[in-house]
Design a protein around this ligand. Sequence first.
Ligand code: AMP
Ligand code: ZN
Length: 501
Amino acid sequence: MTDTPLKLFNSLTRELEEFIPVHPGEARVYSCGPTVYNYQHIGNMRAYVFADTLGRTLRWKGYKLTHVVNITDVGHLTSDADEGEDKMERMAAKEGKSAWDIARFYQDDFERDLGRLNVQPKQHPRATEYVEAMIAWGTKIAPEHCYELDSGLYFDVSTVADYGRLARAVTEEGAEESRGRIDTVEGKRNAADFAIWRKTPAGETRQMEWDSPWGKGAPGWHLECSVMGEKLLGFPFDIHTGGIDHREIHHPNEIAQNQAFCGCGGLDEATHSGAKIWMHNNFLVERSGKMSKSSGEFLRLQLLVDKGYHPLAYRMMCLQAHYRSELEFSWEGLGAALTRLKRIERAYSRLLDQFEEKHSNESLPYPRYREYTVEEQLTHFGLLNIARQFSFALSDDLNTPEAIKFFEEALRAKRVPLDEQITLVRSMRYALGLPRLTPERFRLSPTGAMIRPSKVNEALKERKLAKEQGDYQFADQIREALEAVGVEVMDGDPLGWEWKL
Ligand code: AMP
Ligand code: ZN
């Protein structure tokens, strides 16, 4: 493990804290996952890029990582505070499909987007697979902490100490504010009480419903995360993450359930919450409202791809901002991130070319993450220094904007041992989740593209040959033919890109 201690901002204490694992050498992380009733927008994806950056940093620091991102395929209502319809059932009715099919379809799409953003594989438990465990949980906490109404089994938030501390809703002002957002259900004891089981109304049938001691129905959304976290990671685990909206309702409710389950006291002792550290990424915002899933063309990763931006340009855009800052989306910003990525690729190709020139028969040096820290694999003082600063930036509450600068510095370094430089750069790429992109992999075929990249390359080879033979007329014809199918030929592009769609 590297020498710089990892410091993370704990939303529960509102302080920067040193990461000290519950189980030595291990890190166990739970990140609230998507509700799979629709495509994810790129704001949602920011939450998973953040979670992945956290996971990669923990790995860079040498911890063995267990990371869970759940799939909410039942129970999330149109309002976070247990009002409205079930998002899954509503979409199923709208699309005329079964809720199960809807869930499967959007989970697949979500996982494809994760892959395109180079998010490392994680465990993706589905809520519907844990209903039995949720009923067992409910049965355990109900006698002391819950009460039944016609609509379901409700958690009485006054039965646990420090309810709402995470949201800082304990102030009068905060309480007022949350009352405004929480719709009242007839008979609730406290405005903030929430359903852990929602009964199917008499005379109705839901597509997703189970028998329980409280009647046929479905589990509440907050219960899912408590149960999957406990089952897969054990209490207390190390870190729980989610978007900043979850700091207000979802996570305080999870915490209350966890306290009830453990029979724990107040939250001065953070582990009573179920996790040691609670982390929240700030939002990606967009002025014209294209982030809302109810607007027609909302900002999905696929839309970026369709416009010719590689998904990793979006990852880069996220990394350029600190996860706790709001990030404003703009196409210009995305374009700038793409250009930065291209520059990085250009510098990296040069390094590889140099290596090949010198050591034509050797394979590239590969960082040995498991046996040694990156720093132990470096002898050159300049490189070691850059590695330390990079590590320091990541350890400072995942300061990725700074870390990228040191990554670029490592790429630029001159008169340093090439094998060490490549080792360092490759390990930094791994930590940031920015894999190598050759122009072939970088370039995209937007949906609606009229020509395949291989065909473009063939045509350009022919054009080059024509030029070499002095047949400029034919060369121009090829260019025009390409333009007619939407290919822009970029002669002399400083970044080495010959064409784009
Ligand atoms: P949901 O599917 O609504 O439960 O959201 C999935 C994740 O995305 C949660 O962690 C949310 O907090 C997060 N999230 C939602 N909107 C945004 C946004 N605009 N920017 C960043 N994260 C978001
Ligand atoms: Zn959750």
